[in-house]
Design a protein around this ligand. Sequence first.
Ligand SMILES: [Zn+2]
Length: 182
Amino acid sequence: MNSYEWRFVGGHLALDLANTVAWRLDPARTVDRLGSADLLADWFRAATGLTADADAGVLRRVRALRTAATRLVDAHLDGAADRGSARAVFDAWRAALDRAVPGDRLPLAETASGAIEDHLALAVAELLRRPDPAALRRCDGDGCGWLFLDTTRNHSRRWCDSADCGNRARVRAYTSRRRERA
Ligand SMILES: [Zn+2]
């Protein structure tokens, strides 16, 4: 059904959701990989192993959640606040909790209703309430904007993928060094 090969570099479902927009910091190249409800259902299955229905309404709400979560992480990384996005995430989280089923063993967690939007809202809330937001990173690649959790010991990860954005940056540095020498 879908020929696009999904990539999961975020290290967390909420960040992989944000990363379904490629090249988001370069408007000329920006691509929304969740272009249809079918693509959303396909991505969700690839990301979680769960099968759930998606329609135009689910897609619209997931996109709104994705925008709010991305803006909140960006604001955090830029040392800012974003009350509107925080409210949107909170509202989606509360709606998902209303429909959730409580788990019965530790670690005590709520189980999403089965709806894609609820599953993702709980994931976004889980990420944004974790005690270590210092691990949140944005790829240094030009225009990339992909987000990830840096789990390296010395917090040194700069790229969404060292074979992708990291490699492009190395090639660019090499080319400019050669130009300087010429
Ligand atoms: Zn990147």
